[in-house]
Each structure stands twice: as C-alpha cells, then as structure tokens.
Design a protein around this ligand. Sequence first.
Ligand SMILES: [Zn+2]
Ligand SMILES: [Zn+2]
Length: 121
Amino acid sequence: MQCAKCGSLMEKVLYESIEADRCLECKGLWLDAKVVQALIHMQGSELVDSGDRSIGKLMNEKREIYCPLCGVLMNHLADPDNPDVEYEKCPSCNGMFLDAGELSSLKGESFLNFVKKFKEN
Ligand SMILES: [Zn+2]
Ligand SMILES: [Zn+2]
C-alpha cells in the first residue's frame, strides 16, 4: 500500500492482534474501520504511533488525499473534543488516516467518545 499523504510505501505494523499500515517516511497510520473498533479495547495500542508529532503536524496540512483502497477523496474531519486532532476518513470504506502523533493524542479519556462519534459519522 502507498501512503495517501506522501506516496511512500507503508509497512504492516502489528500490535497484539491489530494490524495497521504505517508509512515508512511520514509515519502516518492507515486504519481500516474494523481496526478502529478494535482499538477501543486495546491499552497501549498507541505504541504503533511511533512517528514524530512535528512531522505529523506538517503532513496534517495536506488535506486532499485519496483513499488507498477505494481511490475516492477522503473527508477531512476534526474531533471537537480534541481540536488538535484532524484526520481523514474514507466515505466509502470508513478507513481512517491518522498523521504521526494523532493516535497518541486520541488515546485519552475522550477516546471512547471519539470512536463512538467516528461510528456515527
Ligand atoms: Zn507518508
Ligand atoms: Zn476507502
């Protein structure tokens, strides 16, 4: 899979039984919809988010990205409880792209609420 943001290759990363794709360059994370659900129950899953937050902030400026699976334009969304966290969600497959550092930011008290909202979007 190629990174939706910078076009570099992504590698599979595994945390417990959860598989995600992480970009070799910008360390952005691709999560499919099922993986987002699974993360609810996982403590420490932010370990897969090993990227540099400052690079993630730069990559966050790139808003028009296309789903690596479907090729459709992804929606740029922000989480009201975590204004720093803006992410892209595919309107077709519900996959999610997180820039480096964003998963860690989401893994707070509001994460459950976030995932609930994510499902309802
Ligand atoms: Zn990338
Ligand atoms: Zn998609």
